[in-house]
Ligand binder design. Structure first.
Ligand code: GLC
Length: 444
C-alpha cells in the first residue's frame, strides 16, 4: 500500500500537460478568432457571493474562512438590483464588444443553474435565479459576445485533491478526494455552460497555476493531469467556434485559441509570474486589467485608475496587438460602482472619436515603448504618441514608403523628414493631445 502510494505520487508528479494534440480549428473557429482579434475591447466581470464581504474574490483564502463560514455567504446573497440590461448597455457605451463573466470562481460557487453540484446560486441563495441566463439573452439581443470565466481551481470541492498551493489553511477542507471525479464534474459543468446559454464566445480558464510547484519565486512542474485533451475537445465538439483561453502563464498549448496576459502588456512580465516574451505565440492576444486594484468587489480599494490611464491602457494593448479585457466587480446588490461606470463612459467617448485607430487594427510597425505605440489597418499606420514631453520625435523602421502624414483628429499636415536613419517628425504644442496624439501615416 505504502509503495503503491509512493509510486502514485511519483506518477502524479511526472504528468506532462496533455493538450488537444490533433486540434485543427474549424472554419467557424478561425472566423471567431479573427472577430476576436479585431474586437479589441471587452468587459470582465468578477461576481460571486464573495462580493457580500467587499473584500475581493480571494477573501476565502486570504482570511482563511472555513468551509462552514463561507457557506453562510450565499444565504444572504440577494442581488435585487441586478440588471443585465444596464450592464450590457454600459459595456456597449464603453465601446466594448464582448463580456467575460465568472461562472464559477476559486470559491467553487456556481453562479448558474448547475445540476452537477448543489452549491449554486439557484439552490443556496434567496435570489434563487441563474444570473448567466438573462445576461446571455441580453448579450444576444444587443450583439455582444459572451464568454465564461471558469476556475479550474476549487477551494470548496472535496474532490479537488491533491490540494494546490492556495487555500491550504482553509479549515474544513477534506483530507482526501478523487481527482478524476473532479475532472468529470468540470466536464459536466462545461457541458451545461455550452448547452444552456446559446452560442458562447469563449471559455476563460484560470487556476492552472495552483497545481504548479512554487519555490516562492518561480513556478515549477504541474502536479496533476488537468485532462486538457478531453476538456478542450469537449468544448470544441459542443461549440466549434468557442474560443478557449487559459490563464496558465505559459506559452499556449494545443487546443487553445487565444493567449492571455494577466495585468501585463504582452511579454513585459512586470508581475514576475506572468508570461515571458519568448512564450508569445501567434494566437490572438488579450490583456486583462482592473479599473482599481481588485477583480471582485472591494469596498476599500481606492486605487481607481484615472480615465487617462485607462484609455492609454486600451491604446497600449492595441499597440501590442492585443485586446483589453477591463474588469468591474459588481456589488452584492448587482450594481456596479458609479466611479467605474463613469470611467467606462469616458473610455467610450474617446473610442467614439478615435475607435477607427483601434478596432480592426493589428499591431503596427513601431516596437511599443513608453513614448508611443502603433496600430495598423491596411496601408494606414496610426502612431499613438502617449508621452507628450517633447516636440520632436524619431522612429526608425520607415523607409521611403510614406505617402503622407497627418494628424488624425484634424487631418492637418505633420512636418516630417524621412532619411536613411528613419522618420523624424514634430508635434507642435497646439496639436498635442493630453491622452494620445494620433498621427496617421499613409503608406505607398
Ligand atoms: C488571477 C486570480 C483571480 C482573477 C484572475 C483574473 O488568476 O486568481 O482571482 O480572477 O487573476 O485575471
Amino acid at each position: 500500500m505504502k509503495y503503491s502510494l509512493i509510486a502514485l505520487t511519483f506518477l502524479v508528479f511526472l504528468q506532462p500537460i496533455k493538450a488537444q494534440e490533433n486540434y485543427i480549428p474549424t472554419k467557424e473557429n478561425l472566423e471567431a478568432r479573427k472577430w476576436f482579434q479585431e474586437a479589441k475591447f471587452g468587459l470582465f466581470i468578477h461576481w460571486g457571493v464573495y462580493s457580500v464581504l467587499g473584500d475581493g474574490e480571494w477573501v476565502m483564502n486570504n482570511k482563511n474562512l472555513s468551509i462552514d463560514e463561507y457557506e453562510k455567504l450565499p444565504t444572504f446573497f440577494n442581488p435585487i438590483d441586478y440588471s443585465p440590461k444596464e450592464w450590457v448597455q454600459m459595456a456597449k457605451e464603453a465601446g466594448m464588444k464582448y463580456i467575460t463573466i465568472t461562472s464559477r470562481h476559486h470559491d467553487g460557487f456556481s453562479m448558474f443553474d448547475s445540476k452537477a453540484t448543489d452549491y449554486t446560486i439557484v439552490n443556496k441563495t434567496p435570489y434563487q435565479k441563474d444570473i448567466l441566463k438573462p445576461l446571455a439573452e441580453e448579450c444576444k439581443k444587443e450583439g455582444i459576445k459572451l464568454f465564461f470565466y471558469y476556475s479550474l481551481l476549487d477551494w470548496h470541492d472535496d474532490n479537488y485533491f491533491p490540494r494546490g498551493r492556495t487555500g491550504k489553511d482553509i479549515p474544513g477542507r477534506s483530507a482526501s478526494g478523487e481527482w478524476e471525479k473532479y475532472i468529470t464534474f468540470m466536464k459536466a459543468q462545461l457541458t451545461e455552460l455550452l448547452t444552456n446559454y446559446g452560442e458562447i464566445g469563449g471559455i476563460w480558464f484560470d487556476g492552472h497555476w495552483d497545481q504548479k510547484e512554487w519555490d516562492g519565486k518561480h513556478f515549477g512542474k504541474v502536479k496533476v493531469n488537468w485532462h486538457y485533451d478531453e476538456i478542450y475537445s469537449l468544448i470544441h465538439d459542443l461549440q466549434p467556434q468557442c474560443l478557449i483561453g487559459n490563464n496558465h502563464h505559459i506559452a499556449p498549448i494545443k487546443g487553445e485559441d487565444f493567449q492571455m496576459f494577466e495585468r501585463d502588456l504582452p511579454g513585459q512580465n512586470t508581475t514576475g509570474w506572468g508570461t515571458e516574451a519568448s512564450d508569445i505565440g501567434l494566437l490572438p492576444k488579450e490583456v486583462c486589467e482592473t479599473i482599481n486594484g481588485s477583480w471582485g468587489f472591494n469596498l476599500k480599494d481606492r486605487k481607481h485608475k484615472t480615465d487617462k490611464e485607462l484609455i492609454q491602457y486600451v491604446v497600449n494593448a492595441a499597440g501590442y496587438g492585443s485586446n483589453l479585457l477591463l474588469n468591474v466587480g459588481p456589488m452584492p446588490n448587482g450594481k456596479i460602482q458609479l466611479k467605474h461606470i463613469e470611467s467606462l463612459k469616458e473610455i467610450g467617448k474617446w473610442l467614439k472619436i478615435n475607435g477607427e485607430t483601434i478596432y480592426g487594427t493589428t499591431q503596427g510597425p513601431v516596437t511599443p515603448n513608453k513614448e508611443m505605440v502603433s496600430t495598423r489597418k491596411g496601408k494606414i499606420v496610426y502612431l499613438h504618441v502617449l508621452d507628450m514631453n517633447k516636440e520632436s520625435f524619431f522612429i526608425d523602421g520607415f523607409k521611403d514608403n510614406i505617402k503622407k502624414i497627418q494628424f488624425y483628429k484634424n487631418k492637418k499636415k505633420v512636418t516630417y523628414n524621412l532619411n536613411k536613419y528613419g522618420l523624424f517628425f514634430e508635434i507642435p504644442n497646439d496639436q498635442k493631445d493630453t491622452i494620445d496624439t494620433i498621427i496617421e501615416i499613409t503608406l505607398k
